[in-house]
Ligand binder design. Structure first.
Ligand code: ATP
Ligand code: MG
Length: 276
C-alpha cells in the first residue's frame, strides 16, 4: 500500500506503547483512537497487539475492516499484528522481527495487557513514548505509587513505576535511546471535586518524583465505546457519510484525542487531512 501523496515520512517509525499493569484503564481504547487519528492524518501506522489473548485492539481493528467491506467506505487501515505470548528468551527476537517488517512505517502503536508478562515487559523497552492511562481514581494510582492515607501524599513509587524504570534502563542499554513517559488521566468526570483535586495533586507530585509528563485528561464519554462494533472512532464520523448525528461530545472527543497527539509530539499539521 502506497502512502498518501501528502504523507511526509518521519525518520523511522516512532514507537508509541500504551501500558499500565492495572487492567481496564483505557489502553486499548486509546491505542485505537490514536491509531485512527494518525491514519486520518495520512501517516502509515502499524499496530501490534501484545494482549492477543484478550485481543481487544485486534478485535477493534477487525471490526473496522469488516465495516469497510460491508459498507464500501474506504476507511484507512493500519498494518496489524497480534503477537502470541512467548517466554523471556524469545520475546525480543519476536519484537525485532515484527518491527523489521514495518520499518518503513511512520508510527507503530503497541497495546499491552493489563498485567505483567514477558512480552509486555519487552514491549515497554521499545517505547519512544510510553503512554500510561489511569482511570481517575485513587485505586488506579496504587500501581504507580503508594499514597500515605493520613498525609495524603506520595510515599514511594510502586511496582509499575519500577517496571517502567527498568524498561528505560533496558532501552538505554540496547540503543542509547530514551523513553518519554506520558501519563494521561482517563474517564475524567466521575470523581467529586475534593477527590478530583487530590488526584490531580498526587499525579503532579508523582510526575516530578518519578519522571513522567502529564497529558491533558480524557473525559468519560459514550462516544469512546459506542463505535467499537464498527471499528470506528468519533474522528471517522467526520469523514464518513453516516446517519449518525455529530453531537457536541463527538467534537469534544476529537479535540481530546488531538490534544493527546500534541502531547505525544504527533500533531504535525502538515499531515492533517482536514478532518476537524
Ligand atoms: N474515556 C472513556 N469514556 C468511556 N468509556 C471508556 C473510556 N475509556 C475506556 N472506556 C471503557 O472502559 C473499559 C476499559 O477500557 P479498555 O478495554 O480500553 O482498557 P484496557 O486498559 O485496555 O483494559 P485491559 O487492561 O483489560 O486490556 C471499556 O469498557 C471501555 O469501553
Ligand atoms: Mg486492553
Amino acid at each position: 500500500m502506497m502512502p498518501p501523496a501528502h504523507s511526509k515520512r518521519l525518520q523511522k517509525p516512532r514507537i508509541i506503547v500504551f501500558g499500565n499493569e492495572k487492567g481496564g484503564t483505557g489502553k486499548s481504547t486509546l491505542s485505537m483512537h490514536v491509531t485512527v487519528a494518525l491514519l486520518n492524518r495520512g501517516l502509515r501506522v502499524a499496530t501490534f497487539d501484545l494482549d492477543a489473548r484478550q485481543g481487544t485492539f485486534s478485535r477493534y481493528i477487525a471490526n473496522r475492516r469488516q465495516f469497510a467491506e460491508r459498507t464500501g467506505n474506504p476507511v484507512p487501515m493500519p498494518e496489524h499484528l497480534a503477537l502470541a505470548p512467548a517466554p523471556h528468551q524469545v520475546v525480543e527476537m519476536a519484537l525485532d522481527d515484527a518491527l523489521a517488517h514495518v520499518a518503513h512505517f511512520d508510527v507503530v502503536v503497541i497495546d499491552t495487557p493489563g498485567y505483567d508478562s514477558p512480552l509486555s515487559q519487552a514491549g515497554h523497552t521499545y517505547a519512544d513514548v510510553l503512554v500510561t492511562p489511569i482511570n481517575d481514581s485513587l485505586i488506579d494510582l496504587d500501581v504507580l505509587a503508594l499514597v500515605d492515607p493520613q498525609k495524603q501524599a506520595i510515599q514511594r513509587p510502586s511496582h509499575y513505576a519500577e517496571r517502567v524504570w527498568k524498561a528505560k534502563q533496558a532501552r538505554a542499554k540496547r540503543d542509547g535511546g530514551s523513553m518519554d513517559w506520558v501519563v494521561v488521566r482517563n474517564r475524567l468526570g466521575q470523581l467529586d471535586a475534593r477527590n478530583k483535586k487530590l488526584m490531580a495533586k498526587l499525579v503532579d507530585d508523582l510526575a516530578k518524583r518519578i519522571g513522567f509528563r502529564v497529558a491533558d485528561g480524557i473525559h468519560e464519554r459514550v462516544i469512546y465505546r459506542e463505535l467499537f462494533l464498527d471499528g470506528l472512532t468519533a474522528e471517522d464520523l467526520a469523514t464518513l457519510i453516516t446517519t449518525r448525528e455529530v453531537a457536541m461530545s463527538h467534537v469534544a472527543a476529537r479535540q481530546e484525542i488531538r490534544n493527546l497527539l500534541a502531547a505525544l509530539g504527533l500533531d504535525d499539521t502538515d499531515h492533517a487531512t482536514g478532518t476537524g
